[in-house]
Ligand binder design. Sequence first.
Ligand SMILES: N[C@@H](CCC(=O)N[C@@H](CS)C(=O)NCC(=O)O)C(=O)O
Length: 240
Amino acid sequence: MVPVMLYQFELCPFCHKVKAGLELKGIPFSKVEVNPMGKKELPDLPSDAPRKVPVLEANGEIVPDSTTILNYLDERYEGRMRFLPEDPELRAKTVAIEQWVDDVLVMALPTVIYGTWREALTAAQITARTSNFGFFQNVSVRAGGPLIMHQIAKRILKKNQRTDGHQWVSEALDRVEDWLGDEPFVTGQTLTLGDVAIHGALSCVREFPIFEKVNSRPRLSSWFRRVQALRDEHAAPARG
Ligand SMILES: N[C@@H](CCC(=O)N[C@@H](CS)C(=O)NCC(=O)O)C(=O)O
């Protein structure tokens, strides 16, 4: 059987959403690390798709976009854990949460990963370490990465009329805790799409100091561990 392939950047929160989905569904997959300079590793994409990651190759199909991919996984692998509940109200809520992850959480996180020079340098080093760049590209990512990433973080803050990324992330985490309330998952008793997306996006920053903000909140950190335990329980053995 042709393996499922995930074309990704190691530090892309959208890609981490997909990884969370694949693990929870127990789908074996291989990762292809795409070089952001040139993206030559990407397969032929549908003509209307932007040259972005994540892209999933599965069952002879090429599926771009993290939200589309998660929905595709839920439809195509329906015998496994379901991400979209039957109940229309819960379904609408979890779809809205997943959208919020793309619009808010994923936007806020880079502003604290790359917000200061020290943060940007750590991020660039992790990127260079985990990516499949050649030697010269590796050197240029280490040198140029912090500058580019720092500029991107500043642009995101301005575009969202924010000045303090840490405050923005704290508010986003408050929001997740509000959704959780006293329930185990964001829409209640069962894990749904919103949990998959939030857990994926937050997994992306696990190695960064900002993750302390998750660990220091008992409700949020126990939710994070709960979803992680499900990922570990269901994940198919890594293919590389
Ligand atoms: N809506 C897309 C966004 C994907 C996206 O923005 N990916 C970024 C990496 S985090 C990317 O590929 N950027 C490369 C570029 O814009 O050239 C999704 O949900 O997958």
